[in-house]
Design a protein around this ligand. Structure first.
Ligand SMILES: [Zn+2]
Length: 55
């Protein structure tokens, strides 16, 4: 699972496919409700605010 900004979305998708050998599901962070965990505050690839959840 990756949490990324718009800039790093393609990178996260590439890495996801490489690791899991299947395309990920994409969610916009502001449209998902977090129950199990708190929404992360930074992109996995940089320090910016994340926009997408790649799972
Ligand atoms: Zn980023």
């Amino acid at each position: 699972m990756y949490v990324v900004c718009t800039e790093h979305l393609p990178e996260a998708i590439d890495e996801f496919i490489e690791v899991y050998e299947q395309p990920p599901d994409l969610y916009e962070l502001d449209k998902v409700t977090f129950t199990e965990w708190t929404s992360p505050h930074t992109c996995d690839f940089c320090g910016h605010s994340p926009k997408y959840l790649v799972v």
